[in-house]
Design a protein around this ligand. Sequence first.
Ligand code: ZN
Length: 315
Amino acid sequence: MELACMHRRSLFLLPLVAAGGASAQTPLTVVASFSILGDLVRQLGGDRIATRVIAGPDTDAHDFQPRPSDAEAMRGAGLLVHNGLGFDAWFDRLARTAGPNIRRVTATDGIEPLGMEGHAHNHGSTDRRRGHAVPPRRVADPHAWQDVRLVQRYVANIAAGLAAAAPGDAARFQANLAAYAARLEALDAWVRAEIATVPEARRVAITAHDAFGYFSAAYGVRFLAPQGLSSAAEPTPGDVGRLIRQIRAERITAVFVESAANPAILSQIAQEAGVRIRGRLFADALSPPDGPAATYEAMMRHNVGLLVPAMRGDA
Ligand code: ZN
């Protein structure tokens, strides 16, 4: 223990002297708004950074309520990373009060957003109440991480932010970025190959909330969500009935619940349509470390691994 410490200290000595400042001694602390970004930051920063995630696994980041300790964590950070496109606006507000001078990265910078119905996107009761008060409007769809190719932009933005915040480690971040970008490329190719095994007419799935617009655009799978069918945030009996008839008419077999969303309405729809729920998709948050979607790559492989046999109608 003692020896390891001494060893590490001597390793740190040279760059410390070269950088000429005491601040180079402590690793860069990066605070990410939600679990998926936290994983991307870790992939790029490796052991050169300390990562903290505010909205953790299985947590809905749309309407997250930060605690005072979250603001405290930001104060000591060297870099803040958020999604943008209205997904984690709470993080912005927190950052403005906690550390207006801390370097910030918007991971979706440079991405041309898709549109979605603003009212249709709801997860919890707060949102639902608001849904009734706000008329339908087109807003930017924030779920860009559901397209692996767009995540290439995420990681390029994050790596640039890391390099700016800790220039001494820029070469390491660049190497990590190159390695991870190659993995993303392989992941994207795998998703396409998997989807290709499903006959085109069967590439349709039902899920809780319309979080899969980018997945849909990138990989050619249609997603239907009960909340996405109506101008009311809460699906009406008519919406639910139409969805059930559609499931029967198109013989849709891919019906899912989502992590961090209420499964009640989906369970009811599946039961009445005579199909079974084929599992739980991870849309907006990772699973805890011991779960099936502990990293972004694991999440995409888990989702596609459930979607493909379900859409094909495999037993
Ligand atoms: Zn969402």
